[in-house]
Design a protein around this ligand. Sequence first.
Ligand SMILES: CC(C)(COP(=O)(O)OP(=O)(O)OC[C@H]1O[C@@H](n2cnc3c(N)ncnc32)[C@H](O)[C@@H]1OP(=O)(O)O)[C@@H](O)C(=O)NCCC(=O)NCCS
Length: 232
Amino acid sequence: MANTLETLKLALHSLRQRDAKRVLLGVRNQIVRSSVSIGLRRDLSEPFVGPAARVPLLVREVSPSEVTAILYSAALDGSLHERRDREVRLAHASEKLGRAFIAYAAESHQPCFIQWIMSAADNPRMKRFFRGRFPPLKPEEVLFENALTLPLFRGLGIMSCAMSRIAEIAAQRGFRYGLTFVAESNVASLRACAKAGFSPSVVRRDRAICMGLLRQRRFDPLSPAAAASLLR
Ligand SMILES: CC(C)(COP(=O)(O)OP(=O)(O)OC[C@H]1O[C@@H](n2cnc3c(N)ncnc32)[C@H](O)[C@@H]1OP(=O)(O)O)[C@@H](O)C(=O)NCCC(=O)NCCS
């Protein structure tokens, strides 16, 4: 009995410790929240053979309403991450900003992947929607954003294959440079972008102070050594 009580006390104590840590972390994040993203770039005029996915894919442009329908019917695992990922893409679709593409399985016709491209024509609306997260695009540049592989299809090499195909389409439409930004912690996306021929070129550092009342953002070029170490 004494042992059980001790165990219970210990369990309660560690629970309180963990809660306290979580609360402190939450408070600290409200005071200063930092994030680092990597900007990757590709010269679309250079010859490039994209990797194949483990599922044969077809890629086509879709309307914002098609994207919305796909996102609503996609099976999610119910986690906060998944729900947030979907909300972000639904907001993008409802903004009707840029051009959306899907990759779908050639055999089953099931949609697997979504990604948008945006061009200089979208600069004013991008500035408002993304609140300056991206530098204004030049006429020859195209930004790849909001990639999502639907959960059932992850780990099949779909992002790198689909992104390469979308890059081909962008090149056919006359764009010379492809750009994209990926959170430094998003290893899967960084690897997939690299396989799609994109190389790290710039680092973006964001700081939100006092619940976002004050925001700081800087873009710095990435040294070749730092770029190489990211993809190791
Ligand atoms: C990021 C994301 C698009 C990757 O899609 P995917 O089609 O599963 O990617 P791939 O199968 O092409 O995998 C890419 C690489 O990452 C690796 N990878 C996958 N998950 C990983 C993980 N959790 N940690 C480390 N590497 C991982 C894969 O092994 C693969 O590397 P390899 O080809 O060298 O083996 C997908 O995980 C996703 O939709 N995540 C949520 C939304 C998101 O983060 N979007 C990107 C915004 S920039």
